[in-house]
Ligand binder design. Structure first.
Ligand SMILES: Nc1nc2c(ncn2[C@@H]2O[C@H](COP(=O)(O)OP(=O)(O)OP(=O)(O)O)[C@@H](O)[C@H]2O)c(=O)[nH]1
Length: 331
């Protein structure tokens, strides 16, 4: 498993090179090598991002105690001697209530139709519900050749083994799964077993990414996600759905000595109502300052360069229901 992020230039507003330009020449991998794409689905908060991070061994997808925080298909790549497993993290698939909800579901369906296998995550500590059945119905419509692995997440939250067993039986009845694997990403319980199972369903073929590459997500998207994660910490329940973050530009500051570079990162945080703007900014700007400093240290860690983070909070009225605004915000 790769331990460190590959070195990247952080200059300019250019996103990372597209994955296809990094492809390893065909034929360099050992015989029997497997490589392919897997996608985790599951209702909000099922533990998909945490599991992605546990498998990849580095923080590539944001995680949050609040549902519906993963808006982009973030890839984490598991490098093994025998395989390369490329994980695509998606938003939660759920019954849509807004235009944004419909768009997010479309993103998930498009992803599902392209991957080599699907991992269906269900938390062990919560009963199966309508959300899970909705997803199971969606998965049943996939082409038959796409293997579906049921993953019972967060087993550490259930002390009683019999309850885990009962939940596994319930899961088995929910669909036609190739395997069912209980895991705890937090305790690293069975994460390797799950990796083996997922890899066993990948097609044989050469590596698709260079060794050490952990994600091909454009830097700007990851920066936006880090700001979003910081802005969501400790806020009221309705805010997560109303927050969108857009990185306007990332430009190296001119006239800096070579040994003291500074990257100017300009970010817009969009909310739906003036009252939400007040929440994000906080009394006298105190909250926004906190959000900025937390996000900045994460961004500096990600990019490996000092950053000046310029955060602006803007109201985009009812953006979740407005097709024009949705397009502008990248949905
Ligand atoms: N105890 C325990 N908590 C977990 C585990 N996996 C995830 N969690 C917690 O569950 C919450 C949700 O986890 P995420 O990984 O963000 O869930 P998600 O499915 O990606 O969520 P969305 O982005 O809303 O779709 C977070 O508070 C995690 O810390 C686990 O194995 N054990």
């Amino acid at each position: 498993m790769a331990a460190s992020r590959s070195t990247r230039s952080s200059g300019g507003s250019r996103p990372l090179a597209a994955a296809s330009s990094n492809l390893v020449p065909v034929g360099e991998s050992p015989p029997g090598y497997r490589a392919g794409f897997a996608c985790f689905v599951g209702r909000p908060n099922a533990g998909k991002s945490t599991l992605t991070n546990a498998l990849v061994g580095s923080k590539v997808a944001i995680t949050s105690g609040r549902p519906q925080t993963t808006r982009h298909a973030i890839r984490g790549i598991v490098h093994r001697d025998d395989a390369q497993l490329i994980l695509v993290d998606t938003p939660g698939l759920h019954r849509p209530r807004t235009l944004l909800g419909q768009r997010l579901n479309d993103v998930v369906r498009a992803t599902l139709s392209e991957v080599d296998l699907v991992g269906f995550c269900m938390p062990a500590d919560e009963p199966l519900g309508r959300g899970d059945r909705f997803i199971a119905e969606e998965l049943a419509r996939l082409p038959k050749r796409t293997p579906i692995i049921a993953i019972l997440t967060k087993t550490d939250k259930v002390a009683d083994h019999d309850r885990v067993g009962a939940r596994l039986l319930e899961v088995a009845k929910l669909g036609d799964f190739h395997d069912i694997v209980p895991v705890s990403a937090v305790r690293s319980f069975q994460v390797d077993v799950l990796a083996d199972v997922l890899v066993s369903h990948l097609p044989t073929g050469p590596a698709l990414y260079p060794d050490g590459e952990l994600t091909d997500e454009p830097e700007q998207v990851m920066v936006a996600e880090l700001v979003r994660e910081a802005a969501l910490e400790g806020v009221r329940d309705e805010l997560p759905h109303s927050l969108a973050v857009v990185v306007e530009e990332m430009i190296p500051r001119e006239d800096r000595p070579a040994d003291r570079p500074l990257l100017d990162v300009r970010v817009h945080v969009f909310v739906e109502r003036p009252s939400q703007k007040a929440i994000v900014i906080g009394a006298g700007g105190s909250r926004l300052k906190d959000v900025g400093s937390r996000a900045r240290s994460q961004i500096e860690a990600l990019l490996g360069t000092p950053v000046f983070l310029d955060l602006h909070v803007k109201v985009a009225k009812d953006w979740q229901r407005d097709p024009r605004q949705l397009r502008r915000l990248g949905f």
